[in-house]
Design a binder for this molecule. Structure first.
Ligand code: XMP
Length: 320
């Protein structure tokens, strides 16, 4: 915190908060160091999970007293995505729109807050290594490194850049961030866009959000039981990432004696340590049964559920 204070001085800091562990810990740390000179923008692209907007606003706005501005840009993102089926183009649309919304909001904030000097980012050590150092081989271009356009002329502030993920979590716990944030599973920046295969629309997203909430509830409870048993979060027995996806397949079903032709939901639950390789989670059958019964019983428009039993490689974690 002393280092942040020294670097920033009386300067003003802007942050794009996603609710992920790294950006959350960076924001909480910076807020403790410089208080009201930190402003966070939370861009809601309409591709978030059920309850996520309220959770982020509740934790940061109310509990942490952060100056966080929620921007509901879902209409904008969804109309830009309309008709697009190519996975890479969908990702690019979300990325470009995100930057456009962020820049516009930053511009609006200037009249209230004055010029911003720094951009706060939750870059962690593996992001820097994976993006390659000067003269070294670049493994992959990470979305956290060098994400915003140069012309914004903001200096980067990256308070957790020398930490590994588990160290970032330790800092988060020390700062009193709730465990659902500190132990949050990875969630892609483009959100449900990559889990709603083919064309994305509101109706499909609503189904996916409800089904995903069931998967998360059931596996959160399973992980909690593993934690109680082992005393370790993210142990080898825990499920590392878990979600529903919508492959866009309609299939025949029977409901109340009548034939239906409705959406199919896929469930992906994997064990991993770093997402480079992964295995499908050997979940107890009762958990899979509960997930299937609940999704077909509670989510309107779904009559079939399947479980993906493909390791990575050859299958990636996400489907798109
Ligand atoms: P894959 O599907 O490549 O995913 O096995 C590896 C990890 O990365 C996450 N992922 C993303 N994260 N933007 C992100 O911020 C993306 O476009 C993206 N695609 C995949 C994925 O959830 C998994 O943890």
């Amino acid at each position: 915190m002393a280092e942040i204070r020294e670097t920033v001085g009386d300067g003003k800091v802007l942050c794009a908060l996603s609710g992920g562990v790294d950006s959350s810990v960076s924001a909480a740390l910076t807020q403790r160091a410089i208080g009201a000179n930190l402003t966070c923008i939370f861009v809601d692209h309409g591709l978030l999970r059920k309850g996520e907007v309220n959770q982020v606003m509740d934790v940061y706005g109310r509990k942490f007293n952060l100056d966080i501005r929620h921007v509901d840009a879902s209409e904008r993102f969804l109309s830009k995505l309309a008709g697009e089926t190519d996975p890479e183009k969908k990702r690019k649309i979300v990325g470009a729109e995100f930057i456009a919304v962020f820049e516009e909001e930053a511009e609006k904030l200037k009249s209230e807050k004055g010029e911003f000097d720094f951009l706060l980012q939750g870059t962690i050590y593996p992001d820097i290594i994976e993006s390659g150092t000067e003269g070294g081989a670049s493994v992959k271009a990470h979305h956290n490194v060098g994400g915003l356009p140069e012309h914004m002329k903001l200096e980067l502030l990256e308070p957790v850049r020398l930490l590994y993920k588990d160290q970032v979590r330790e800092v988060g716990e020390a700062l009193g961030l709730p465990s659902e944030i500190v132990w949050r599973q990875p969630f892609p920046g483009p959100g449900l866009c990559v889990r709603c295969l083919g064309e994305v629309d509101r109706a499909k997203l609503d189904i996916l959000r409800e089904a995903d909430a069931v998967v998360r509830e059931e596996i959160d409870a399973y992980n909690e039981a593993v934690f109680v048993e082992t005393g370790v979060r993210n142990s080898e027995k825990s499920v590392w990432q878990y979600f529903a996806f919508l492959p866009g397949l309609l299939s025949t079903g029977v409901r109340d004696g009548a034939r239906t032709f409705e959406q199919t939901i896929g469930v992906r639950a994997i064990t991993s340590t770093n997402a480079m390789t992964a295995d499908w989670a050997r979940l107890p059958l009762e958990i899979l049964e509960a997930i299937s019964d609940r999704i077909t019983g509670e989510v309107e428009g779904v009559s079939r559920v399947f479980y993906d039993i493909t390791p990575k490689p050859p299958g990636t974690i996400e489907w798109e």
